[in-house]
Ligand binder design. Structure first.
Ligand code: DON
Length: 307
């Protein structure tokens, strides 16, 4: 049996020494100031052991990784009716692209591009008041991680709001098609706040355990989602979780994964481990450069690919 602790520490060391670490997202001021040489990794195993290295306990902005938790909550709220308003196909376009919405009648390709996540926020507002929705999401991720210290970074949320012109365009455009039903400012308020959730790799890997464990929260033994729903969310992460870099990520790691522009990635080895990495430098598709490489190395060393 491989020494997982040593594997994770070796990967962290290799990533720290990487000469090209990519480019930190700079369109949100609070993200632009993050040092590109940060690196953290945590792998929580099915038996509860956690192997971690580097900045694994430093909170970072999870950004689009929150789309996984939002989707899970929205499916809980409206079930499969959600799929009448959001597709399940990779977009092959940038995360914030608007082009497909015109010919596809305001129905976003999938819940992990911005347009899809904004519809998911709108669906959540059909269940919760705007003010309580973000509180519910916070409660949800805290319960999944078994950690009450997770918070929303208000500085990041404000930055999103101030620079979110494309998201406003997406939301207004979909509203014109009738696929956004609540006031755009309220829908985006929720979306911006969920993107601003701050979590460490350890907290994120813990929060992802239900996707490793057939939908169960291992702390409570309770079902978060059905095994079928967990399988479907994993399938969407594999095919759509890295935007127009989804094929490349699947090719290199063979794992369902969801990235965020903060440089985090949540990856799931079903039945085996929930893994989170954080390396703020991004590649040309807006996905963590060293984070992807670290996961590729982990799969090479452990054979955890689903294929
Ligand atoms: O909507 C945005 O612009 C971001 N705050 C979230 C996007 C994101 O993380 C996309 N990721 N790779």
């Amino acid at each position: 049996m491989a020494d997982l602790g040593a594997i994770v520490r070796d990967i962290a060391e290799e990533m720290r020494a990487l000469p090209d670490k990519g480019k930190v997202a700079d369109y949100i001021p609070a993200l632009a100031g993050i040092a590109p040489d940060r690196f953290g990794m945590a792998a929580v195993m099915a038996d509860g052991t956690c192997h971690k290295a580097g900045d694994a306990d430093v909170p970072f902005s999870i950004q689009s990784i929150s789309k996984v938790f939002a989707l899970t909550m929205a499916l809980g709220a409206v079930g499969d009716a959600l799929w009448q308003r959001v597709g399940r196909e990779p977009s092959g376009s940038a995360f914030n692209s608007i082009v497909q919405l015109e010919s596809e009648h305001g129905i976003p390709r999938n819940p992990f591009i911005n347009a899809g996540a904004i519809v998911v926020s709108d669906i959540l507002l059909g269940r919760y008041e705007p003010r309580e929705a973000i509180g519910e999401m916070l409660r949800f991720v805290r319960a999944l991680a078994g950690d009450d210290s997770i918070v929303v970074d208000e500085d990041v949320a404000r930055g999103e709001q101030e620079t979110g012109y494309r998201n406003m365009a997406l939301a207004n455009y979909m509203r014109a098609f009738g696929n956004i039903r609540h006031p755009v400012e309220k829908v985006l308020g929720l979306y911006f706040h969920q993107c601003a959730l701050a979590m460490s790799c350890r907290q994120l890997a813990l929060a992802g355990r239900y996707l490793m464990a057939r939908g169960q929260n291992p702390d409570t033994g309770r079902s978060v989602v059905s095994p079928q729903r967990a399988r479907r969310i994993n399938a969407l992460m594999l095919t759509c979780g890295h935007y127009d870099g989804s094929g490349e990520f699947a090719f290199r790691t063979g794992l369902p994964g969801k990235s965020g522009v903060g440089g985090g990635i949540l990856a799931i080895a079903p039945g085996v481990a929930s893994i989170a990495v954080w390396a703020p430098g991004l590649n040309e598709r807006g996905n963590s450069l060293a984070g992807t490489l670290a996961l590729e190395r982990l799969v090479q060393a452990t054979g955890w690919s689903v294929f």
